[in-house]
Ligand binder design. Structure first.
Ligand SMILES: [Zn+2]
Length: 489
């Protein structure tokens, strides 16, 4: 697809996108049994009669999964339904030993809601509506590369709790799609509902896309792109599918409703099995699970204990640290841990702007280059605050502080100890400074004579000589003071 072609398509047509995001809820055990949800266990190690679907095994709902689903729903401004019903979604697949998936159908745990993805020029919010969020169990996984000529089945994921968050078809370009996914991921991370780790499959996206001429209000026929495993793949797949649908319509053809798979390596989409209507699943209420009743008291309790959400945190930082720019605010609230780290440094150094500058410069660069997460960063917030205080109190120079920080990243040692050991303390000891000044006067007699005679502008030059002689460790303020006392002597 050339850029010129995509330019033409976007002039005439717009895409209409709705997303289904499957989020793995962060529980220790599966949704209907006590098996572990640990990622990376050997195949079928985390299984039992319930998730293997052995005859007579009965599901028991994991209350912690319900708790997390409610927390997510409230953070997404959904209505949590006081009664929801688990249903059997019947279909055959090798990695689904029961022959059905326990999901929710016409009575999901949450309805409505929205995600605010940004603001328009006039200041009004861009909000993407949500249709619903429902709980379900994950299926197992077919393994194609382990036994030559055979397909293996790993059921460790079978029964892992998922929340499927379904948006309205209200995104009209890939920038909105990208913003929606990032905002949603951030909210789920802040509420600690999920690890939102895409590499481990704890966040997966299906995208519905249709195309219509600009100005048209009816929806065109949609296709569904299944199992997209990164945000960049979502965006790329949508662009390719948008161009395909536009070309088809432009040539007088019709889009066929179907399920498509994204081939990351070919950069193209290809048809999967033909799309089943929901009637094909023969949904019926799961007879082994009672309706899920959620009391108002329980809802209130969870609502009261919701953690601060990213948008609220940005507003609070804006109030508490008015010097921060919009860009600073976004970087510092990108994840819950980065914000907490920043706040500790800011509080303990009592200087929000300097703390922010160090966070966005040195700290993020060090995290990136060492591959550490901020939670396990070798430099603890208290130590970074102490370093900033050493600079503020003129004990070390800014240049020395950067050197000390690099050592802190490597060793985790406290800054004062490093400064002492590596001789990076600013020297303000009078006799040491006087000795250096004497040496400079001896080496530059002409400048010294003129300075003492009253040529004040030479003071800066002489300070420079002293700084050089001390390898940057002399305290320039003290050097200035001492030089001033020699004028007229
Ligand atoms: Zn199990």
């Amino acid at each position: 697809m050339t850029t010129a072609a995509s330019g033409k398509w976007t002039d005439r047509y717009e895409m209409v996108v709705g997303l289904e995001v499957h989020v793995q809820l962060k529980t220790a055990t599966k949704i209907f049994c006590r098996c572990s949800t640990d990622f990376g266990a050997s195949p079928n190690a985390n299984t039992c009669p319930v998730c293997l679907a052995l005859p007579g095994a009965l599901p028991v709902l994991n209350e912690h999964a319900v708790e997390l689903a409610i927390r997510a729903a409230l953070a997404l401004e959904c209505t949590v339904n006081t009664t929801s019903v688990f249903a059997r979604k019947n279909y055959f697949y090798p990695d689904l030993p029961k022959g059905y998936q326990i999901s929710q159908f016409d009575k999901p745990i949450a309805s409505g809601g929205c995600v605010t993805i940004g603001a328009r020029r006039d200041g009004s919010d861009v909000r993407i509506g949500l249709t619903r969020a429902h709980m379900e169990e994950d299926a197992g996984k077919s393994v194609h590369d382990r036994f030559s000529g055979f397909t293996g089945v790993d059921l460790n994921r079978a029964g892992v709790p998922l929340l499927e968050i379904v948006s309205e078809p209200e995104m009209f370009d890939t920038a909105q799609v990208d913003a929606y996914l990032k905002t949603l991921k951030q909210i789920l991370e802040y509420t600690r509902v999920s690890d939102v780790n895409m590499e481990e499959g704890s966040l997966r996206v299906d995208a519905n896309i249709s195309v219509r001429e600009r100005g048209e209000t009816n929806l065109g026929t949609k296709t569904e792109l299944k199992n997209l495993n990164s945000f960049s793949n979502v965006v790329r797949a949508l662009e390719v599918e948008f161009a395909r649908q536009c070309a088809l319509i432009d040539a007088g053809g019709r889009v066929e409703q179907q399920t498509l798979l994204w081939d990351e390596h070919a950069g193209d989409v290809r048809p999967a099995r033909s799309k089943e209507g929901s009637h094909d699943y023969r949904y019926f209420p799961e007879p082994d699970l009672p309706p899920l009743i959620i009391s108002g008291k329980r809802l209130d309790h969870i609502r009261r204990h919701l953690p601060e959400l990213p948008a609220a945190r940005r507003e609070r930082y804006r109030r508490e640290y008015p010097v921060l720019t919009d860009y600073d605010l976004h970087v510092l609230t990108a994840g819950p841990a980065i914000g907490e780290y920043f706040e500790q440094v800011a509080r303990q150094s009592d200087d929000g702007k300097t703390a922010a500058n160090w966070m966005m410069g040195e700290v993020l660069a060090a995290l990136k280059s060492t591959g550490q997460s901020v939670e396990h960063f070798t430099v603890r917030p208290a130590d970074l605050a102490q370093l900033l205080n050493l600079v503020r109190d003129d004990v070390v120079s800014h240049t020395a502080a950067k050197q000390i920080f690099a050592t802190m990243v490597r060793t985790g040692d406290p800054p004062a100890q490093i400064a002492q050991r590596d001789r990076l303390l600013k020297i303000s000891d009078e006799s040491a400074l006087s000795d250096w000044i004497d040496e400079v006067f001896a080496e530059h007699p002409d400048e010294a004579r003129r300075f003492v005679g009253g040529e004040k502008r030479l003071q800066g030059v002489l300070v420079g000589f002293v700084m050089k002689k001390s390898s940057g460790s002399a305290d320039p303020k003290r050097v200035n003071q001492l030089l001033a006392t020699r004028v007229g002597t």
